[in-house]
Design a protein around this ligand. Sequence first.
Ligand SMILES: NC(=O)c1ccc[n+]([C@@H]2O[C@H](COP(=O)([O-])OP(=O)(O)OC[C@H]3O[C@@H](n4cnc5c(N)ncnc54)[C@H](O)[C@@H]3O)[C@@H](O)[C@H]2O)c1
Length: 667
Amino acid sequence: MTNLKHTILKGIPSELPAKRDINPNVSHAPKRKKILTKDEKKLAIRNALRYFPDHMHSILAPEFADELNTYGRVYMYRFMPDYKIKARHLEDFPHNSKQAAAIQMMLSNNLDHAIAQHPEELITYGGNGAVFQNWAQYLLCMQYLAKMTDKQTLVLYSGHPMGLFPSHKNAPRVVVTNGMMIPNYSKPDDWEKFNALGVTQYGQMTAGSFMYIGPQGIVHGTTITVLNAARKIDAKAEDLNGKIFVSSGLGGMSGAQPKAGVIAKGICIVAEINPQATYKRKEQGWVDEVYKDLDKLLDRAITARDNKEAVSIAYDGNIVELWERIVERNIHIEIGSDQTSLHNPWSGGYYPMGMSYEDANEMMVKNPKKFKKEVQKTLVRHTNAINTLTERGMYFFDYGNAFLLEASRAGADILQENGDFKYPSYIQDIMGPMCFDYGFGPFRWICTSNDPNDLAITDQIAAEVLEEIMHNSPEEIKLQMSDNINWIKAAGEKKMVVGSQARILYADAEGRIKIAESFNNAIAEGKLSAPVVLGRDHHDVSGTDSPYRETSNIYDGSQFTADMAIHNVIGDSFRGATWVSIHNGGGVGWGEVINGGFGMLLDGSADADRRLKSMLFWDVNNGVSRRSWARNKEANFAIKRAMQMNPELQVTLPNVADDDLIDSLKL
Ligand SMILES: NC(=O)c1ccc[n+]([C@@H]2O[C@H](COP(=O)([O-])OP(=O)(O)OC[C@H]3O[C@@H](n4cnc5c(N)ncnc54)[C@H](O)[C@@H]3O)[C@@H](O)[C@H]2O)c1
């Protein structure tokens, strides 16, 4: 047995490992707000010690108290493993169940230093998107996965492995919940408190569900968004060529913007306050040029527009400085947005003007009230600049980061007279009607061989399948299909893989099922050397109920319900998912969204063929039917097509009332 397998099987070591210092060369999570009372701190330490035998307590208790006082959380740094955590061939992980080995691979990828935003605090992306709350949970979870069989299910409560429970081979191997709260305890400070106590975590979407595939996942979605934004403001435009797109953030997801802007052939300017993030993206080649001087930057962008160049430009500073300078110089910007982490505004998601990054981080911990005021003041200035530019003709959309929501809470001039926001979300205008309502969403797969050759074969299979489908695609979805075919054909060349050998491809139910079926056949025939994991972002047709984002283009009042996401996960679990997860929070913030997802291992078997057909059909059409019931005409079109394809699908269709009739009522 390899050392790695042996170490994983040991779980939490029976002898105390040597104390570990944190690695100064990796990015660390900001120190969290000090929110616990003295008694609650004692409870947090008691909770943490539950993972360890008594003889370790006298050493660990003061050490954990120190972590809690210093970082606001107990991460248990001492227990970080010595081996490199990363995606490996499925057979490299110890296992009695191939499905469980695939899950080990996927969660390891989320903690890979090349992937994770703050790896030593087990945060994958979005500032607080956690895989586990502490290293004991990681060790225990890996051990359970290594030992379990296909007759057991591992139950994870916000990263805590409750244990292995007897089930059966068609049940999910893992069921994950993250951040599920009694609704009245779901305010941002509740997260601070209960996370500090070690009883819940913010799993974001693909962090706590082990489905993050690095920045590539978001490049595709961002490319589709900016392409369609350009087409929206200019009916003759094929892409973003000759147009400037300005936004902020070069972090986990936001870092995809410059790359996507260039793929869409436009000019993309992104401001980022954290130089570490900026230069990381520059080194990776995801951003072409970095400027500290605003005027030089803007001159460069204007020249690029004149020459119709495709270029990405980073501003090393605060986004509001950039917007205000654009206003002063009266430069026309075609498209604007924002991708600071405003779902997490008080703990490092949004940096105020007039202070350095370091000073802001200090104020956040030492004087959180003042910090909040500074953030809100900045949000007001931010909104004012955007309002001026939209009056001058810029198209602005909210990028699902809770910008509109937090700006309104800060008292900024962001509301119309009727109380609606002045600007649409990217889902309302772009992704909702053009993608989700038709069933198109961020399908993905990961080759468990960890072999780039396998990935290249899957790319080719997927392109062939989509081209075949496109012959008979209705006019309504032809543009979608051709964007996706172009994407998959060029995906290999763009070398976007970081971490696991993964690919994202927007597809509808038909596309997802046919691609998955072809992969399963290719595994059975030995064309692919090992099984393939299927998954998707929670940010999809059916996975997420979020009134200001994924379901912001639902207008029947049900955007504030979460039935769809819950049904999604329950339905996936009994139709054959290998693992399912349901989360509170993700993207727009704790308490603002419920989202779910799945992972499924294709191993070339007849069983996998049955599972993929049953589960993927439900996984997409659950959301399409809900969108159709909300009277979204694109979804109505799509669900009728789905019913024709499968007569066993019988969906309740809405009757649309006449507007004049409703308006004539005396109410
Ligand atoms: N890309 C997408 O398609 C997409 C979709 C939905 C939602 N989002 C949302 O976008 C947000 C960003 O996600 P992320 O993973 O990149 O988060 P992140 O925290 O990794 O990155 C955000 C970046 O913004 C920077 N920043 C904060 N305040 C700033 C300021 N005033 N000026 C300049 N830079 C500032 C931070 O330093 C950080 O690097 C999240 O709220 C996420 O939910 C993104």
